[in-house]
Design a protein around this ligand. Structure first.
Ligand code: SF4
Length: 414
């Protein structure tokens, strides 16, 4: 979401006549789009802002940290301007005002969402994010999003369709729908499944539609069936688990049990042919015992993920979990994380091997940085593969997986 916001802000500044430079040395204004999900990301952003101020740059802090801290961030980061997640529409006025008067200010007003939606596709771009929803009402006890992105709001389905049509007319063939909790999307008429169908039926050139992220508590059979019957909806579901123990899930306020989660994941595997399921897992959440941790490993064993983001619990200021008494020590968190990664990786390998000698269509994303002479792309179930040779980004190639390198399948084109 930040990546997408940055692109929209970038275009707004360029339209106003600002010139973009990749050289930190030559830039007069530095914009830092911050993330609050982990403490380290916040610390890095603040440190970078101070460094830039020492070099006499004008510094603008954006994103979740800006929204969360507001005025306070001006002094902590020494930034000149702080703009919250729902005030981006005002960025030009604020910059011009700062250039004239030099007054430092923080603005975290709610000007409504999706203000910066129209954009021009860059040359060669074939994939784009599209905002469908912002904010979250779930209040998981470890998460800052409801405090930084506000209450959940869904964008009008026809407004989304209009943007997608504009994008495909400019050459976009893949879209990723963005929201904090996409499967609770509801614009008053269309639910998430209706929206997916609307986009599938009314686009001409879009070949792949992805979305991120759903919450297992809101995932419906209707959405699962819509994906299974679709030719454009990518066969990939990111289903954040967070923890496997019912005790920890309750303390996290996740709204589902371990059993419900496993049932849902296995239903997805049953109904959507060749689906890949990825997840997010936190280890060392307050009160997590060894037994609780083994419940998480048990879910991993049942679901056999195709990929996972795994983290040690990080205390986020202002969240209920940061006040929980029984915090887990760092050493235990580290050990559990290593064990979890090992388990998940074994199953990823098992799943990748199933791809051997099978045919896949791959959407090329660019040159592989790791494998020289290879291109990198994604299958229709969102698995990254490499293909020998160079292909233009946005091309779709077909071939057979003949080898698995690390976790990466290698596609041979006949
Ligand atoms: S559903 Fe996701 S974004 Fe919403 S509070 Fe929970 S973790 Fe945060």
């Amino acid at each position: 979401m930040n990546e997408h916001d940055s692109e929209l802000i970038r275009q707004k500044l360029i339209n106003q006549g600002y010139i973009e430079t990749n050289s930190e040395k030559h830039a007069e204004i530095i914009l830092i789009n911050t993330c609050s999900v982990r403490k380290k990301a916040e610390e890095k952003a603040i440190q970078y802002s101070r460094q830039m101020k020492n070099k006499n740059k004008t510094v603008v802090m954006l994103g979740c940290l800006a929204q969360h801290k507001g005025q306070e961030l001006l002094s902590i980061s020494k930034a000149d301007i702080v703009i919250g997640t729902r005030s981006y529409e005002k960025i030009i006025d604020i910059l011009l005002d700062f250039e004239k008067k030099g007054t430092k200010r923080a603005i975290c007003e709610d000007l409504g969402i999706f203000q910066l939606k129209r954009r021009k596709v860059r040359e060669g771009e074939f994939s784009s994010y599209v905002n469908i929803q912002q904010g979250c009402d779930n209040f998981c006890t470890f998460c800052v999003v409801p405090y930084t992105r506000g209450r959940e709001t869904s964008r009008n389905a026809y407004d989304i369709l209009e943007e997608v049509i504009e994008l495909e007319e400019q050459g976009i063939i893949e879209i990723t729908l963005l929201g904090q909790n996409v499967d609770s999307y509801f614009d008053g008429k269309y639910d998430f499944s209706d929206l997916l169908k609307l986009l599938e039926d009314n686009t001409k050139y879009i070949k792949r539609i992805k979305f991120t992220s759903p919450n297992p508590r809101d995932m419906t059979m209707k959405v699962i069936k819509t994906i299974s019957n679709s030719e454009k909806l990518v066969r990939w579901i990111h289903l954040p688990l967070q923890a496997g123990s019912n005790k920890i899930l309750r303390k996290m306020n996740r709204g589902y049990t371990k059993e419900e989660y496993i049932y849902q994941a296995l239903t997805i595997r049953d109904l959507i042919k060749d689906v890949s399921i990825t997840t997010d897992i936190i280890v060392g959440f307050p009160y997590e015992t060894e037994e609780d941790f083994y419940e998480t490993l048990d879910v991993v064993k049942n679901v056999k993920y195709d990929g996972a983001y795994m983290f040690k619990y990080s205390k986020r200021e202002g969240t209920p979990a940061s006040l929980f008494k029984e915090q887990v020590d760092e050493e235990t968190k580290g050990r559990r994380l290593r064990e979890l990664i090992e388990n998940v990786n074994n199953y990823i390998m098992e799943r990748r091997k199933l791809m051997l000698n099978r045919e896949y269509e791959v959407l090329i994303e660019g040159e592989s940085k790791k494998d020289i002479g290879y291109s990198v792309g994604k299958t229709f179930n969102n698995i990254s593969v490499v293909v020998k040779g160079f292909f233009k980004p946005g091309t779709i190639v077909k071939g057979i997986v003949k080898e698995i390198r690390g976790h990466t399948p290698v596609l041979n084109i006949a």
